[in-house]
Design a protein around this ligand. Sequence first.
Ligand code: CMC
Length: 429
Amino acid sequence: MSEDDKERTVELHYEGGVLKLPVHTGTEGERTIELKALLGSTGMTTLDPGFGNTASCSSKITYIDGDAGILRYRGYPIEDLAAGATFLEVAHLVIYGELPDAGRLKEFADKLRANADIPADMGTLIDAMPRNGHPMALLASAVNTLAAYYDDSVDPGDEDQVELATIRLLAKLPTIAARIYRNSIGEKPISPDDSLDYVDNFIRMTFGDVHADSELGDLFNKAVGMLLVLHADHELNCSTATVRVVGSAKADIYASVASGINALSGPSHGGANQAVLEMLEQIRDSGISLEEFLERVKAREMRLMGFGHRVYKNFDPRSKEIKELAGQILDRDENPDELFALALKLEAAALADSYFTERKLYPNVDFYTGVIYRTMGFPTNMFTVLFALGRLPGWIAHYREQLHDPDFRIARPRQHYVGSPERRLPGRD
Ligand code: CMC
């Protein structure tokens, strides 16, 4: 706490008296009331469903101003990173705090290349999983088993082990994801190629050489890299909060990241990119007008997927970048992609409707990603896996940051009990 902070307090007046609570000021002037003394001094807890008002930790990784539509990793605006940094540079920035210089980047990339293979047994295990199962379920299960294959890197108290696990997770997740995809289409896995960079290698392990050397292939690889950058961290979203909660019990990083993957799979979170595409297909196939569809959303029969955000009450800056990218890829010829065209119309119709503007509902990161992934050849159920590949640096960075937090404690929220008062089993008074 700074000297300046110590001067600032708010007073809580309650039945038993007045409690002065310290107010902390963050880097950008945002203020946070510290409640550590509340329960001990007043006997009261706070009720904050969905943690809408609760900062559960201090963090130096990502800054979001949801009203202004600002997102920065380690101080760098997302727009600059999307335009001028590779995914590996951004992963390094998010995890270690700084962009790597050329030497450090080479060292980092070489380590990832050297660790990209998975054990043969693990490949057999993945191959034995249900081929029609949802790839997110398979991905989380496979990542969980990494702790068993690599039990020399499961101690959160040993920095070298955490670093080793960091490299293994980053190196192996694309290999695992690509294998899951190839199993789903009945094709043999493709081994990592250590002559390729991180993103190109993932795409080759997924699709083989279909797009190699073509102008479109280059554009796709660039687009995947940029989408991974745009997903790399987003402070305490549901999956990252999950990684921190699981990690707070001193669970190893593999178990914590596997839990994050499971949280991400939900349609209110990362699963929304799949849900958006399914929604667009449903609108197209049913022939329903956009007006009719929006009326059903307003009648609360369904949500407009890819719209709304807990933090952004303005445009999600990632969505702006992704919409532009979608335009570059999908408007290349005279016949624009029909689902992209539909998404553009749906966005315009929603933003012309006071239901959405009054609630400050704008397109989020998931609204336009699906149409891009679909054009590249990814099946709908792989979209959230791509989100997971992008979010991995964020999960790792938060897990590691928490280990060094002086306020680190097991995450253990309180509850507001409204159940039955004490009662007795019948006939046993
Ligand atoms: N469609 C229709 N109405 C909505 C939507 C939506 N997508 N999102 C919020 N609302 C309404 C909601 O009904 C409520 O209205 P009222 O005040 O009249 O009851 C109001 O807006 C506030 O909604 P909320 O549910 O309290 O907001 P939240 O912060 O709890 O939820 C959200 C945030 C992202 C879960 C929600 O906006 C949503 O379900 N969106 C659709 C799913 C989606 O796109 N998820 C991806 C989120 S961004 C990336 C990520 O996290 O992976």
